[in-house]
Design a protein around this ligand. Sequence first.
Ligand SMILES: *[C@@H]1O[C@H](CO)[C@@H](O)[C@H](O)[C@H]1NC(C)=O
Ligand SMILES: *[C@@H]1O[C@H](CO)[C@@H](O)[C@H](O)[C@H]1NC(C)=O
Ligand SMILES: *[C@@H]1O[C@H](CO)[C@@H](O)[C@H](O)[C@H]1NC(C)=O
Ligand SMILES: *[C@@H]1O[C@H](CO)[C@@H](O)[C@H](O)[C@H]1NC(C)=O
Ligand SMILES: *[C@@H]1O[C@H](CO)[C@@H](O)[C@H](O)[C@H]1NC(C)=O
Ligand SMILES: *[C@@H]1O[C@H](CO)[C@@H](O)[C@H](O)[C@H]1NC(C)=O
Ligand SMILES: *[C@@H]1O[C@H](CO)[C@@H](O)[C@H](O)[C@H]1NC(C)=O
Ligand SMILES: *[C@@H]1O[C@H](CO)[C@@H](O)[C@H](O)[C@H]1NC(C)=O
Ligand SMILES: *[C@@H]1O[C@H](CO)[C@@H](O)[C@H](O)[C@H]1NC(C)=O
Ligand SMILES: *[C@@H]1O[C@H](CO)[C@@H](O)[C@H](O)[C@H]1NC(C)=O
Length: 276
Amino acid sequence: MQLKGLVTSVLLASVVSARKDDNSTGTSIKSQCKSVAKMQNLVELAANQTKLDSKTDGNTTLEDEIKSKAAEATTQLSTLTSNTTLMDQCAVIQAHADSVESCSDMQKLEKQIATASNDTKLQDKFEGNTTEIDAFQAKTAEWQSKLAALQGNSSLTTFCAAQQSVDDCKSMSQLQKVVDMAGNDTALQAKFDGNATKIDKFKTKAAEAQTKLDALMGNSTLMDTCSSLSQAETDGTAKDTSDDSSGTSSAAARLEMVRQVVGAGLVVFLGGIFML
Ligand SMILES: *[C@@H]1O[C@H](CO)[C@@H](O)[C@H](O)[C@H]1NC(C)=O
Ligand SMILES: *[C@@H]1O[C@H](CO)[C@@H](O)[C@H](O)[C@H]1NC(C)=O
Ligand SMILES: *[C@@H]1O[C@H](CO)[C@@H](O)[C@H](O)[C@H]1NC(C)=O
Ligand SMILES: *[C@@H]1O[C@H](CO)[C@@H](O)[C@H](O)[C@H]1NC(C)=O
Ligand SMILES: *[C@@H]1O[C@H](CO)[C@@H](O)[C@H](O)[C@H]1NC(C)=O
Ligand SMILES: *[C@@H]1O[C@H](CO)[C@@H](O)[C@H](O)[C@H]1NC(C)=O
Ligand SMILES: *[C@@H]1O[C@H](CO)[C@@H](O)[C@H](O)[C@H]1NC(C)=O
Ligand SMILES: *[C@@H]1O[C@H](CO)[C@@H](O)[C@H](O)[C@H]1NC(C)=O
Ligand SMILES: *[C@@H]1O[C@H](CO)[C@@H](O)[C@H](O)[C@H]1NC(C)=O
Ligand SMILES: *[C@@H]1O[C@H](CO)[C@@H](O)[C@H](O)[C@H]1NC(C)=O
């Protein structure tokens, strides 16, 4: 499978969603998407008397206020939603956010399930309170079925794996920086004002970083991914590889996204690892 294209598309989607807000007027794409969602909720609420009654405890003054606010929002909402470029971008941002959330849900569920079957962890977490331990363990089956449902979605698991790889590539470059610093006396002296205690402490930390780095670098699959990710951005092929997964955005938009990735300095980060 084209891991390169996949990882690149994950990265691009995250860049779209993390795009720097041109916050001068609150018109960044992200903030526009947010206000669309807010207005949609408001309009939906105003149109649903049951929901309205329950939210306002039947206060008709408040209900009228909500209805009039919703009526005001309708015009702006239809202007924004009629902009298909914007709506496409909102969909990308939303889908990315949903997927990231699902990945973290999976991790959380895996952790809870592991805890539920590990007596050491249970004792530790609940300080030996058997009532709380029993209540926690009683939820295991529910967690397992939720986890199975998420794991059954192969697009999601593929996304999470790619996301994890991108994160790992980034953390490798951070670890490498720490290791480099620890081996540079000039830099150490400057950073810690020549305090030997602090320098030793940092070196201990750097040794841990080195161990982590070695473990990550020992994974050739991951190294290949980081390498192609770095390469894709360096030679501009990221633009092409994202083609297969996102048919919606225009070539110009994709190019712009790549430029933003490059601008974020990730190429420099990742490139640095492989030059060492
Ligand atoms: C944009 O946001 C930054 C940080 O949130 C803030 O410091 C700055 O004043 C904002 N600029 C404008 C023009 O609102
Ligand atoms: C109105 O809101 C209620 C309660 O929140 C919900 O159950 C119902 O499906 C909604 N009705 C419509 C037409 O959306
Ligand atoms: C109804 O809502 C209005 C507006 O928020 C508030 O001023 C008023 O006190 C509320 N009435 C009751 C009976 O809670
Ligand atoms: C539609 O939204 C895009 C992205 O936010 C924006 O660049 C463009 O100017 C908008 N088009 C119109 C007609 O408002
Ligand atoms: C599977 O996950 C993808 C990515 O998060 C999501 O877009 C899709 O809706 C999910 N499919 C199902 C059936 O839940
Ligand atoms: C249980 O948890 C402890 C503490 O986190 C860990 O050291 C141990 O390896 C775990 N046991 C099993 C069987 O996973
Ligand atoms: C255990 O936890 C339960 C529920 O939080 C609490 O009511 C009970 O007092 C705790 N028992 C002990 C021995 O701390
Ligand atoms: C060590 O750090 C100093 C100051 O940060 C830097 O100028 C120098 O190039 C570094 N040396 C090496 C070998 O990386
Ligand atoms: C060096 O740093 C340590 C730990 O932060 C501090 O306790 C100590 O006073 C420092 N020594 C000097 C000479 O500044
Ligand atoms: C190596 O990395 C790949 C891709 O990031 C990952 O799927 C795999 O689980 C890793 N293998 C080990 C042994 O950690």
